[in-house]
Design a protein around this ligand. Structure first.
Ligand code: CA2
Length: 143
């Protein structure tokens, strides 16, 4: 099973600021952690990060044929990108939304996700382990 992990805007800046919210890990160290955690699960991972909405949409479209599942942290696009929501709805590949932080404990504008309804589920508040949970959920969903 091939899974594409997509991280959206500003997630390339992890580890630089706001460690109290997002932890001390960089995106590279999170990706390495996730890869290690699922190494025996029979899954092949690919990692992608972009700060551009259109590029994320292009990756989602390409995943339609190239991947069996998507794990996506859309960053702040979560809260207003109907274009990413439509892209996720336009493909058959199942997606799971992940947030490092518990978006429901934060500012009001972060409480709503416009993209989650285009996914099979959402994980939030468990830090980098959320990506592992999302992969496990995709593996279960494909059985
Ligand atoms: O909790 C999450 O994973 C978020 O998707 C992270 C986004 C935020 O806009 C969402 O509401 C929740 C932010 C990405 C990282 O932002 C940084 C800010 C400062 C320093 C480093 C990263």
């Amino acid at each position: 099973m091939k899974i594409l992990i997509i991280n959206g805007p500003n997630l390339n800046m992890l580890g630089v600021r706001e460690p109290e919210i997002y932890g001390k890990d960089t995106l590279e160290s999170i990706n390495a952690y996730v890869q290690e955690k699922v190494k025996d699960a029979g899954v092949e991972l690919a990692f992608y990060q972009s700060n551009c909405e259109g590029e994320i949409i292009d990756q989602i479209h390409a995943a339609h044929t190239a991947f069996d599942g998507i794990v996506i942290n859309p960053g702040a696009y979560t809260h207003y990108s109907y274009a990413i929501a439509d892209a996720l709805s336009s493909i058959k590949t199942p997606a799971v939304e992940v947030h490092l932080s518990n978006i429901h404990k934060r500012e009001g504008f972060r409480h709503n996700s416009v993209t989650a309804a285009s996914c099979i589920g959402q994980v939030c508040g468990f830090g980098k382990y959320g990506y592992v949970m999302a992969i496990m959920a995709l593996l279960e969903a494909e059985k």
